[in-house]
Design a protein around this ligand. Structure first.
Ligand SMILES: Nc1ncnc2c1ncn2[C@@H]1O[C@H](COP(=O)(O)OP(=O)(O)OP(=O)(O)O)[C@@H](O)[C@H]1O
Ligand SMILES: [Mg+2]
Length: 339
């Protein structure tokens, strides 16, 4: 491929500001890549052609569940993608849609235990709660989990999805709102490791996280919290301050993280995602608690160069570095075209 490539970005205003798309466009300008902002409310044909489209349509996908205008926007986008099979989509819509549903994403996470057996990677035990009308059956079902429990909404996108609670006993289950996921809380010394993936590369950043709680049921009231007050770089919450002196935990093994990223890239067929990982204080097991679509890459100064190099790689301008990477980069662009 010769000449300048056109890369369309289809993002919400908030996301565009957060990643500083204008600065990325300036960064790419002298490097043979033209960055174009796609306006989803306008016909896409005249805005193209695009060699690659980078998007985060989470808002639109979630709203399309109940809003006809969003359904129309999504349908226009999808028909442009299927009419232009040579345009590479980062990332495929079905893969992204799956991660917007915590029932689906925790099913993926729960299988890592098997596929990454050698690395002792796991995810916390959990239950899908479709309805909480029958409290007694929920109380019976949670006997497979260990208190405290963390409760997360089924929908994984939007401001409500970050409203969570910690439940300390069977009685506290009256506080949950279905549909939701109930998950065993894993003590991890209040450190979250965010792994940010950009194609073949990944970057690890430490963040504050929820403090340890005594294992087992107790008669404490439910704690309601917003996850964004807990695990953002600037978070400063009483919930992240450890009550006791805890020995520092070893950071996750870089080989295990690399194996996890490789496995998820294959499983998801995605290039731009994040994985939240904690280290179990008791067993030191690498525990996966969340997978995020096109995250903020906060604290990753190499994000622009990594994204540009991934775009160049899917355009075939850059040879993949190793046969392994060739395999996965090929897999992700093949999946990207598989719409
Ligand atoms: N099973 C668990 N055991 C211990 N702590 C947990 C567990 N699940 C979540 N947490 C804590 O709660 C926080 C929010 O959880 P999670 O990452 O699932 O939420 P989120 O709102 O989807 O996050 P994001 O901002 O990454 O989208 C984590 O950063 C971590 O501090
Ligand atoms: Mg998270």
């Amino acid at each position: 491929m010769s000449g300048s490539s056109r890369v369309g970005f289809c993002l919400s205003d908030k996301k565009r500001r957060r990643i500083n798309l204008q600065a990325f466009a300036d960064f790419c300008a002298g490097r043979g890549v033209e960055v174009v902002e796609i306006d989803l409310t306008q016909p896409m044909g005249p805005q193209g052609p695009f060699d690659v489209i980078v998007h985060k349509l989470s808002d639109v996908i979630v709203e399309a569940e109940h809003d006809s205008q969003s359904q129309q926007l999504l349908a226009n986008f999808q028909s442009f993608v299927s009419d232009n099979p040579s345009t590479v989509l980062l990332d495929p819509l079905p893969a992204m849609t799956r991660l917007l549903d915590r029932f689906a994403s925790y099913r993926i996470m729960s299988k890592l235990h098997n596929s990454l057996r050698d690395w002792r990677v796991c995810s916390p035990s959990y239950l899908e709660i479709q309805s909480a009308d029958d409290l007694t059956s929920v109380q019976q079902a949670v006997t497979t989990l260990s208190f405290p429990l963390i409760c997360k909404t089924r929908v994984a996108h939007g401001s409500l999805s970050h409203e969570m609670c910690l439940i300390f006993s069977g009685g506290g289950l009256a506080d949950i709102r279905a549909p939701c996921v109930l998950q065993s809380f894993v003590n991890h010394g209040a450190v979250l490791h965010k792994v940010f993936v950009v194609g073949e590369k990944h970057f690890c950043v430490e963040r504050p996280s929820l403090k340890n709680f005594p294992p087992g049921p107790c008669d404490r009231n439910t704690i309601f919290f917003n996850s964004h007050h807990v695990s953002k770089p600037e978070s400063n919450s009483a919930l992240t301050a450890l009550d006791e002196q805890t020995p520092l935990l070893p950071p996750p093994s870089s080989e295990a993280v690399a194996a996890l990223v490789k496995e998820l890239r294959l499983q998801l067929g995605m290039a731009l995602f994040g994985v939240d990982v904690i280290i179990n204080t008791h067993t030191h097991t690498l525990t996966v608690i969340d997978i995020n679509i096109f995250p903020g890459y906060e604290g990753v100064p190499q994000f622009f160069s990594a994204l540009l190099s991934h775009i160049q790689s899917v355009l075939g301008k850059q040879p993949a570095v190793s046969p392994d990477e060739k395999l996965t980069s090929g897999a992700s662009s093949a999946a990207a075209k598989d719409q």
